[in-house]
Design a protein around this ligand. Structure first.
Ligand code: BGC
Length: 349
Protein backbone atom coordinates (compact mmCIF):
# COMPACT_ATOMS: atom_id res chain seq x y z
CA UNK A 1 0.00 0.00 0.00
CA UNK A 2 2.71 2.36 1.03
CA UNK A 3 4.64 1.46 -2.10
CA UNK A 4 1.68 2.23 -4.34
CA UNK A 5 1.25 5.56 -2.63
CA UNK A 6 4.89 6.37 -3.04
CA UNK A 7 4.83 5.47 -6.71
CA UNK A 8 1.78 7.64 -7.24
CA UNK A 9 3.49 10.48 -5.45
CA UNK A 10 6.48 9.87 -7.68
CA UNK A 11 4.37 10.27 -10.78
CA UNK A 12 2.71 13.42 -9.48
CA UNK A 13 6.08 14.76 -8.53
CA UNK A 14 7.52 14.17 -12.00
CA UNK A 15 4.57 15.91 -13.58
CA UNK A 16 4.86 18.87 -11.28
CA UNK A 17 8.57 19.21 -11.91
CA UNK A 18 7.90 19.23 -15.64
CA UNK A 19 5.09 21.75 -15.29
CA UNK A 20 7.00 23.92 -12.88
CA UNK A 21 9.97 24.28 -15.19
CA UNK A 22 7.85 25.33 -18.12
CA UNK A 23 8.52 29.01 -17.60
CA UNK A 24 12.25 28.69 -17.79
CA UNK A 25 13.33 29.61 -21.25
CA UNK A 26 16.80 30.94 -21.28
CA UNK A 27 18.78 28.28 -19.53
CA UNK A 28 18.82 25.38 -21.94
CA UNK A 29 21.14 23.35 -19.74
CA UNK A 30 18.36 23.11 -17.20
CA UNK A 31 15.92 21.02 -19.14
CA UNK A 32 13.23 19.47 -16.98
CA UNK A 33 14.22 16.04 -18.18
CA UNK A 34 17.45 16.38 -16.27
CA UNK A 35 15.67 16.64 -12.98
CA UNK A 36 16.22 13.53 -11.01
CA UNK A 37 12.85 12.16 -10.07
CA UNK A 38 12.21 10.54 -6.75
CA UNK A 39 14.22 7.53 -5.84
CA UNK A 40 12.22 4.30 -5.80
CA UNK A 41 9.69 3.81 -3.07
CA UNK A 42 11.93 1.83 -0.76
CA UNK A 43 14.20 4.83 -0.22
CA UNK A 44 11.36 7.02 1.01
CA UNK A 45 9.92 5.18 4.02
CA UNK A 46 9.46 8.39 5.97
CA UNK A 47 7.40 10.33 3.48
CA UNK A 48 4.32 11.42 5.40
CA UNK A 49 1.14 10.12 3.78
CA UNK A 50 -0.97 12.99 5.06
CA UNK A 51 0.01 16.14 6.83
CA UNK A 52 3.37 16.71 8.42
CA UNK A 53 4.93 19.71 10.09
CA UNK A 54 6.21 22.58 7.99
CA UNK A 55 8.27 25.58 9.04
CA UNK A 56 7.98 28.69 6.88
CA UNK A 57 10.52 31.51 7.26
CA UNK A 58 9.62 34.88 5.70
CA UNK A 59 12.25 37.61 5.46
CA UNK A 60 9.92 40.36 6.69
CA UNK A 61 6.20 40.32 7.49
CA UNK A 62 5.73 44.02 6.67
CA UNK A 63 6.66 43.43 3.01
CA UNK A 64 3.43 43.86 1.03
CA UNK A 65 4.13 41.25 -1.64
CA UNK A 66 5.46 38.66 0.80
CA UNK A 67 2.31 39.13 2.87
CA UNK A 68 0.17 37.98 -0.05
CA UNK A 69 2.64 35.18 -0.67
CA UNK A 70 2.76 33.90 2.90
CA UNK A 71 -1.00 33.98 3.22
CA UNK A 72 -1.26 31.89 0.05
CA UNK A 73 1.33 29.43 1.37
CA UNK A 74 -0.45 29.07 4.68
CA UNK A 75 -3.79 28.49 3.01
CA UNK A 76 -2.49 25.90 0.56
CA UNK A 77 -0.49 24.00 3.18
CA UNK A 78 -3.28 23.98 5.73
CA UNK A 79 -5.75 22.98 3.03
CA UNK A 80 -3.59 19.92 2.44
CA UNK A 81 -3.58 19.04 6.14
CA UNK A 82 -0.08 20.20 7.07
CA UNK A 83 0.68 21.81 10.39
CA UNK A 84 2.30 25.12 9.52
CA UNK A 85 4.26 27.62 11.54
CA UNK A 86 5.24 30.84 9.76
CA UNK A 87 7.83 33.15 11.34
CA UNK A 88 8.91 36.74 10.69
CA UNK A 89 12.64 37.26 10.10
CA UNK A 90 12.09 41.01 10.64
CA UNK A 91 14.71 41.68 7.93
CA UNK A 92 17.39 40.33 10.29
CA UNK A 93 19.47 37.40 9.02
CA UNK A 94 20.78 36.48 12.47
CA UNK A 95 17.21 36.23 13.71
CA UNK A 96 16.22 34.08 10.75
CA UNK A 97 19.18 31.75 11.34
CA UNK A 98 17.91 31.18 14.88
CA UNK A 99 14.42 30.52 13.58
CA UNK A 100 15.76 27.90 11.18
CA UNK A 101 17.68 26.23 14.00
CA UNK A 102 14.60 26.23 16.18
CA UNK A 103 12.53 24.58 13.45
CA UNK A 104 15.24 21.95 13.02
CA UNK A 105 15.33 21.26 16.76
CA UNK A 106 11.56 20.92 16.74
CA UNK A 107 11.89 18.28 14.04
CA UNK A 108 9.88 19.81 11.19
CA UNK A 109 9.42 17.59 8.14
CA UNK A 110 10.30 20.34 5.66
CA UNK A 111 11.23 24.00 5.50
CA UNK A 112 10.18 26.75 3.13
CA UNK A 113 12.59 29.67 3.43
CA UNK A 114 12.52 33.20 2.01
CA UNK A 115 16.08 34.25 2.92
CA UNK A 116 16.67 37.68 4.43
CA UNK A 117 19.95 38.02 2.54
CA UNK A 118 20.86 36.21 -0.64
CA UNK A 119 24.44 36.36 0.60
CA UNK A 120 23.45 34.15 3.54
CA UNK A 121 22.38 31.32 1.25
CA UNK A 122 25.57 29.30 1.82
CA UNK A 123 25.04 29.28 5.53
CA UNK A 124 21.33 28.49 5.30
CA UNK A 125 21.98 25.64 2.89
CA UNK A 126 24.78 24.21 5.07
CA UNK A 127 22.44 24.27 8.07
CA UNK A 128 19.50 22.49 6.43
CA UNK A 129 21.85 20.04 4.75
CA UNK A 130 23.51 19.10 8.04
CA UNK A 131 20.06 18.44 9.47
CA UNK A 132 18.92 16.61 6.32
CA UNK A 133 15.75 18.71 6.08
CA UNK A 134 14.10 18.92 2.64
CA UNK A 135 14.03 22.63 1.86
CA UNK A 136 12.37 24.92 -0.65
CA UNK A 137 13.93 28.35 -0.98
CA UNK A 138 11.62 31.06 -2.29
CA UNK A 139 11.72 34.64 -3.60
CA UNK A 140 15.47 35.33 -3.28
CA UNK A 141 17.39 33.17 -5.67
CA UNK A 142 20.81 31.83 -4.76
CA UNK A 143 23.27 30.89 -7.50
CA UNK A 144 23.20 27.37 -8.99
CA UNK A 145 26.63 26.77 -7.42
CA UNK A 146 25.33 27.62 -3.96
CA UNK A 147 22.43 25.20 -4.34
CA UNK A 148 24.46 22.41 -5.92
CA UNK A 149 25.86 21.20 -2.58
CA UNK A 150 22.52 19.84 -1.38
CA UNK A 151 20.25 17.67 -3.50
CA UNK A 152 17.20 17.96 -1.25
CA UNK A 153 17.01 21.66 -2.02
CA UNK A 154 15.04 23.47 -4.68
CA UNK A 155 14.37 27.12 -5.46
CA UNK A 156 10.93 28.30 -6.56
CA UNK A 157 10.56 31.80 -7.94
CA UNK A 158 10.39 33.81 -11.10
CA UNK A 159 12.99 34.86 -13.61
CA UNK A 160 13.32 38.53 -12.68
CA UNK A 161 14.75 39.40 -16.11
CA UNK A 162 11.32 38.70 -17.54
CA UNK A 163 9.63 41.22 -15.24
CA UNK A 164 12.15 43.91 -16.15
CA UNK A 165 11.67 43.29 -19.85
CA UNK A 166 7.90 43.52 -19.42
CA UNK A 167 8.23 46.85 -17.63
CA UNK A 168 10.20 48.18 -20.58
CA UNK A 169 7.56 46.83 -22.96
CA UNK A 170 4.82 48.63 -21.03
CA UNK A 171 6.64 51.88 -21.78
CA UNK A 172 7.25 50.91 -25.42
CA UNK A 173 3.51 50.26 -25.75
CA UNK A 174 2.66 53.90 -24.93
CA UNK A 175 1.89 56.24 -27.87
CA UNK A 176 5.29 57.98 -27.71
CA UNK A 177 7.27 54.99 -26.37
CA UNK A 178 8.13 56.96 -23.25
CA UNK A 179 9.52 60.00 -25.06
CA UNK A 180 6.79 62.37 -23.92
CA UNK A 181 8.63 65.61 -24.73
CA UNK A 182 9.80 64.35 -28.12
CA UNK A 183 13.48 65.15 -27.56
CA UNK A 184 14.53 61.75 -28.92
CA UNK A 185 15.31 60.12 -25.60
CA UNK A 186 13.47 58.55 -22.70
CA UNK A 187 14.50 60.27 -19.47
CA UNK A 188 13.73 58.12 -16.46
CA UNK A 189 14.25 57.68 -12.78
CA UNK A 190 14.77 54.23 -11.30
CA UNK A 191 13.47 53.38 -7.84
CA UNK A 192 15.29 50.23 -6.91
CA UNK A 193 14.43 47.50 -4.40
CA UNK A 194 17.10 46.08 -2.11
CA UNK A 195 20.08 45.92 -4.49
CA UNK A 196 21.37 42.79 -2.73
CA UNK A 197 18.36 41.00 -4.23
CA UNK A 198 18.65 39.66 -7.75
CA UNK A 199 15.05 40.75 -8.47
CA UNK A 200 16.12 44.36 -7.94
CA UNK A 201 19.27 43.95 -10.03
CA UNK A 202 17.57 42.31 -13.00
CA UNK A 203 14.49 44.53 -13.04
CA UNK A 204 16.70 47.59 -13.02
CA UNK A 205 18.82 46.27 -15.86
CA UNK A 206 16.22 44.62 -18.08
CA UNK A 207 13.55 47.35 -17.98
CA UNK A 208 16.02 49.77 -19.55
CA UNK A 209 17.51 47.11 -21.81
CA UNK A 210 14.08 46.55 -23.39
CA UNK A 211 13.99 50.22 -24.39
CA UNK A 212 17.53 50.18 -25.72
CA UNK A 213 16.94 46.92 -27.62
CA UNK A 214 13.95 48.58 -29.26
CA UNK A 215 16.24 51.35 -30.51
CA UNK A 216 15.31 54.02 -27.97
CA UNK A 217 17.87 56.39 -26.55
CA UNK A 218 17.68 56.52 -22.76
CA UNK A 219 18.86 58.90 -20.07
CA UNK A 220 19.00 57.91 -16.42
CA UNK A 221 18.32 61.00 -14.33
CA UNK A 222 18.65 59.14 -11.05
CA UNK A 223 18.75 55.67 -9.51
CA UNK A 224 18.03 55.31 -5.81
CA UNK A 225 17.49 52.30 -3.60
CA UNK A 226 14.07 52.24 -2.00
CA UNK A 227 14.37 48.78 -0.40
CA UNK A 228 10.93 47.71 -1.68
CA UNK A 229 9.14 50.10 0.70
CA UNK A 230 6.24 52.42 -0.11
CA UNK A 231 7.47 55.35 2.03
CA UNK A 232 10.85 55.21 0.35
CA UNK A 233 9.22 55.28 -3.07
CA UNK A 234 7.32 58.36 -2.03
CA UNK A 235 10.39 60.16 -0.66
CA UNK A 236 12.62 59.32 -3.59
CA UNK A 237 10.17 60.40 -6.25
CA UNK A 238 9.30 63.59 -4.36
CA UNK A 239 13.01 64.47 -4.31
CA UNK A 240 13.58 63.52 -7.93
CA UNK A 241 10.59 65.49 -9.17
CA UNK A 242 11.75 68.52 -7.17
CA UNK A 243 15.19 68.18 -8.72
CA UNK A 244 14.40 67.17 -12.31
CA UNK A 245 10.82 68.40 -12.77
CA UNK A 246 9.44 68.00 -16.29
CA UNK A 247 12.54 66.20 -17.46
CA UNK A 248 11.21 63.04 -15.80
CA UNK A 249 9.22 61.10 -18.38
CA UNK A 250 9.24 57.62 -16.87
CA UNK A 251 9.30 56.36 -13.29
CA UNK A 252 10.44 52.74 -13.09
CA UNK A 253 9.80 51.14 -9.71
CA UNK A 254 11.16 47.67 -8.99
CA UNK A 255 7.92 46.84 -7.17
CA UNK A 256 4.35 48.08 -6.77
CA UNK A 257 4.57 49.15 -3.17
CA UNK A 258 7.24 51.71 -4.12
CA UNK A 259 5.16 52.65 -7.20
CA UNK A 260 2.16 53.42 -4.99
CA UNK A 261 4.41 55.69 -2.91
CA UNK A 262 5.75 57.22 -6.13
CA UNK A 263 2.21 57.93 -7.31
CA UNK A 264 1.48 59.95 -4.18
CA UNK A 265 4.45 62.21 -4.98
CA UNK A 266 3.58 62.40 -8.67
CA UNK A 267 0.10 63.58 -7.77
CA UNK A 268 1.39 65.97 -5.10
CA UNK A 269 3.63 67.53 -7.76
CA UNK A 270 0.60 68.11 -9.98
CA UNK A 271 1.72 65.61 -12.61
CA UNK A 272 -0.68 63.27 -14.40
CA UNK A 273 0.27 59.67 -15.17
CA UNK A 274 -0.15 58.65 -18.81
CA UNK A 275 -0.32 62.33 -19.81
CA UNK A 276 2.91 63.96 -18.70
CA UNK A 277 4.67 61.04 -16.97
CA UNK A 278 4.62 57.23 -17.03
CA UNK A 279 4.75 54.95 -13.99
CA UNK A 280 5.30 51.19 -13.86
CA UNK A 281 5.76 48.66 -11.05
CA UNK A 282 5.91 44.91 -10.52
CA UNK A 283 3.79 42.52 -8.39
CA UNK A 284 0.17 43.38 -9.27
CA UNK A 285 -0.75 44.20 -5.68
CA UNK A 286 -4.47 45.01 -5.36
CA UNK A 287 -3.66 48.71 -4.85
CA UNK A 288 -1.64 48.78 -8.07
CA UNK A 289 -4.34 46.96 -10.04
CA UNK A 290 -6.77 49.67 -8.94
CA UNK A 291 -4.42 52.39 -10.09
CA UNK A 292 -3.80 50.73 -13.44
CA UNK A 293 -7.51 50.47 -13.94
CA UNK A 294 -8.01 54.14 -12.93
CA UNK A 295 -5.24 55.23 -15.30
CA UNK A 296 -2.93 56.34 -12.47
CA UNK A 297 -0.33 53.73 -13.27
CA UNK A 298 0.81 52.89 -16.79
CA UNK A 299 0.99 49.22 -15.96
CA UNK A 300 2.45 46.57 -13.71
CA UNK A 301 3.63 42.98 -13.96
CA UNK A 302 1.95 40.11 -12.16
CA UNK A 303 4.38 38.49 -9.73
CA UNK A 304 2.22 35.43 -9.20
CA UNK A 305 2.22 34.86 -5.43
CA UNK A 306 -0.42 32.14 -5.58
CA UNK A 307 1.31 30.41 -8.50
CA UNK A 308 4.65 30.50 -6.68
CA UNK A 309 3.12 29.30 -3.41
CA UNK A 310 1.44 26.45 -5.28
CA UNK A 311 4.70 25.49 -7.00
CA UNK A 312 6.63 25.76 -3.72
CA UNK A 313 4.23 23.33 -2.05
CA UNK A 314 4.38 20.97 -5.05
CA UNK A 315 8.16 20.91 -4.90
CA UNK A 316 8.10 20.47 -1.14
CA UNK A 317 5.86 17.44 -1.59
CA UNK A 318 8.18 16.11 -4.26
CA UNK A 319 11.07 16.39 -1.80
CA UNK A 320 9.02 14.71 0.92
CA UNK A 321 8.31 11.96 -1.59
CA UNK A 322 12.04 11.42 -2.00
CA UNK A 323 12.86 13.58 -5.01
CA UNK A 324 16.36 14.89 -5.34
CA UNK A 325 17.57 17.68 -7.60
CA UNK A 326 20.72 17.57 -9.61
CA UNK A 327 23.14 20.44 -9.68
CA UNK A 328 22.42 23.21 -12.16
CA UNK A 329 18.81 22.12 -12.22
CA UNK A 330 17.45 23.36 -8.92
CA UNK A 331 15.33 26.35 -9.95
CA UNK A 332 11.66 26.17 -10.81
CA UNK A 333 10.22 29.31 -12.38
CA UNK A 334 6.69 30.67 -12.57
CA UNK A 335 5.94 33.12 -15.38
CA UNK A 336 5.33 36.83 -14.92
CA UNK A 337 2.39 38.40 -16.78
CA UNK A 338 2.16 41.94 -18.16
CA UNK A 339 -0.77 43.92 -16.73
CA UNK A 340 -2.13 46.76 -18.84
CA UNK A 341 -5.31 48.88 -18.68
CA UNK A 342 -6.73 46.48 -21.29
CA UNK A 343 -6.33 43.25 -19.32
CA UNK A 344 -6.26 44.54 -15.73
CA UNK A 345 -9.84 43.37 -15.17
CA UNK A 346 -8.68 39.77 -15.51
CA UNK A 347 -6.49 40.18 -12.43
CA UNK A 348 -8.93 42.04 -10.16
CA UNK A 349 -10.96 40.03 -7.71
C1 BGC B 1 8.79 41.55 -4.98
C2 BGC B 1 8.89 42.67 -4.01
C3 BGC B 1 9.30 42.14 -2.66
C4 BGC B 1 10.55 41.33 -2.78
C5 BGC B 1 10.94 40.72 -1.47
C6 BGC B 1 10.08 40.76 -5.00
O1 BGC B 1 9.96 39.69 -5.86
O2 BGC B 1 8.53 42.04 -6.26
O3 BGC B 1 7.67 43.35 -3.89
O4 BGC B 1 9.49 43.23 -1.80
O5 BGC B 1 10.36 40.31 -3.72
O6 BGC B 1 12.11 39.97 -1.58
Amino acid sequence: MKKIFALALCAVMMLSVLAGCGGKQDAPADTPAQNEPAAPAETTPDAPEAGGTIGVCIYQFTDAFMTTYRNALQEILEGKGYKVTTVDGANDQAKQNEQINTFITQGVDALIINPVMTSAADQIIATVQAAGIPTVLINREPTPEQMAVYDKLVYVGCDARQSGTMQGELILDTPNKGDINGDGKVSYIMVQGDPENVDAQYRTEFSVKALVDAGMEVEELNLTRGDWMRERGQEIVANDLAQFGDQVEVVFCNNDDMAIGALQSIQAAGRKVNEDIYLVGVDALDAALNEVSNGNMTGTVLNDAVGQATAAVEQMEALLGGATFSSGNQSVYVDYVKVTPENVGDFMS
